[in-house]
Write a protein of this length. Sequence first.
Length: 187
Amino acid sequence: MALHGHHRFIESATEAVQDAKQLALPLLMRDHPEHPWSSVALRELIAQRTHLDPVIGHALALIEDFELPFVEEEERLADAGVTLADDLLGFEEAMLEFERAFWLRTYEVYRADPGRWNLPEPVVRDLCEKHGLSSAAVRTALSGQDFADYAEAAPYVGADPNCPDCKLGVTKLLTAEVRRRKDAQPA
């Protein structure tokens, strides 16, 4: 499935890489406890990917394409004396320029071959970013249920009972679901 738009591509790749990093970090910590997130550690693990579980192999492919370039750029800058500790502004400017060029280049590769990375659609958390609620997921969870109010529905849909954003969004969808059910009943 092709993602539409540069920003959606970046969001999807970033989210997929975060998941991949969680899978890879224990293996990196095992072999490189002092510097697990270095280009040396990453390259050694990536070289082993064909001997690992396919899920880990896929995660390592994403890390190689989307994370390793950033790690290598940070190391290159550090070798040149440009670090967060020594030159905050220089480091930030260099990394922003690198990031901009990286994402433009990578997005063009993606547009030419949308199936290359098999990236999922980014999750839209339009009801409550803090608690990860999306209207689509809540609407699906509420469909066909017979909740009387927000307090009853909140735990079922993953909302925080005390969060005003969760309450507002879920209540609107719950009201719409109740109205839909009433309209669907025979007169």
